[in-house]
Design a protein around this ligand. Structure first.
Ligand code: GDP
Length: 300
């Protein structure tokens, strides 16, 4: 939690502290409520959730006897937790079948941190005693396969790759085949995220998915989103969600933004839980998303 707090320092300063300061004002006039609204919007909470939260806070502050910092903090925490959602299933599933590995496809626009996230996730799984095979199906970005292989060597996972510019679906197919042959526990497939044409993306990701499913069901399709890209990120998310059935969101670069509210906005947009968060470039900077710890870190 201490680390999460440190990494979310920017969000904390703008969101939690800002809101608590505003809510502590002696007179909660319309201007103050507007400032509260503005603070939430700037933190990327999203228009509808912001309105809901402000309405709830207005209602509850009215009936609050005292407004001590502790009262306000508790109230804000409760309402933020409700918005973030404590009952969503945030477990990353990795159990396809008896003789087949769990298969996770990692999708997202290039530059969001897809390859890094795949590597970090492999590290977490290996540390947990699982054997992992990596599929380097991002054949669009030249260095992606090398980058993934470096991660694989670092954590002890074999990387299946193909020729540069090769067919991503055939690499994905080979990776799962290799996973089955090795008796691996999990296969992680890094994909390419070219967004310039939706049909191109749909063709490619759809094909990867279909090919992988020839071996057995997919456990997860994780969408990687860069938290610093705000509304742009949400637009991207929408496109991906139209193309494949996203089962979970990984929000990266939360360490570099004051916009932690994006967690709320993106879940609302896709109806899918944030399962993991990226808090830096290092191998240990991937964390499971725990709503209470996150809200605590936001409020500070
Ligand atoms: P890809 O094109 O989506 O595969 O993106 P990469 O995995 O190559 O990541 C792009 C850049 O973002 C790299 O410099 C990564 O080190 C960096 N990055 C990835 N995740 C995080 C994160 O959680 N926090 C920070 N600060 N940087 C990250």
């Amino acid at each position: 939690l201490v680390r999460l707090r440190a990494r979310l320092a920017r969000s904390q300063n703008s969101l939690g502290k800002g809101l608590l300061t505003l809510l502590s004002r002696e007179h909660l006039d319309e201007d103050t409520w507007e400032e509260i609204e503005e603070t939430l919007l700037v933190a990327d909470v999203g228009v509808v959730p912001t309105q809901e939260l402000v309405d709830r806070l207005r209602e509850r502050v009215k009936v609050l006897g005292t407004r001590t910092p502790a009262d306000l903090r508790a109230l804000l925490k409760e309402e933020l937790l409700t918005l973030v959602g404590t009952d969503l299933d945030r477990v990353v599933k990795t159990e396809s079948g008896e003789d087949t590995p769990g298969v996770i496809m990692v999708v997202g626009v290039n530059g969001t941190g897809k390859t890094t996230t795949t590597g970090k996730l492999a590290r977490v799984l290996v540390a947990d005693g699982r054997s992992v095979v990596l599929g380097a199906a991002d054949t669009f970005r030249a260095a992606a396969a090398d980058q993934l292989q470096t991660w694989g060597e670092r954590v002890g996972a074999r990387t299946v790759r193909g020729p540069e510019g090769g067919d991503p679906a055939s690499i994905a197919y080979d990776a799962v085949k290799e996973g089955i042959a090795e008796g691996a526990d999990v296969v992680l497939i890094d994909t390419a995220g070219r967004l310039h044409t939706k049909t191109g993306l749909m063709d490619e990701l759809g094909k990867v998915k279909r090919v992988v499913e020839k071996h057995g069901p997919l456990d997860e399709i994780l969408l990687v989103l860069d938290a610093t890209t705000g509304q742009n990120g949400l637009t991207q998310a929408r496109v991906f969600a139209e193309v494949v059935d996203i089962t979970g969101i990984v929000l990266t670069k939360l360490d570099g933004t004051a916009k932690g509210g994006i967690v709320i906005a993106v879940q609302r947009e896709l109806g899918v839980p944030v399962k993991l968060i990226g808090l830096g470039e290092g191998p240990d900077d991937l964390a499971p998303f725990v709503p209470e710890a996150f809200v605590d870190a936001l409020i500070g």
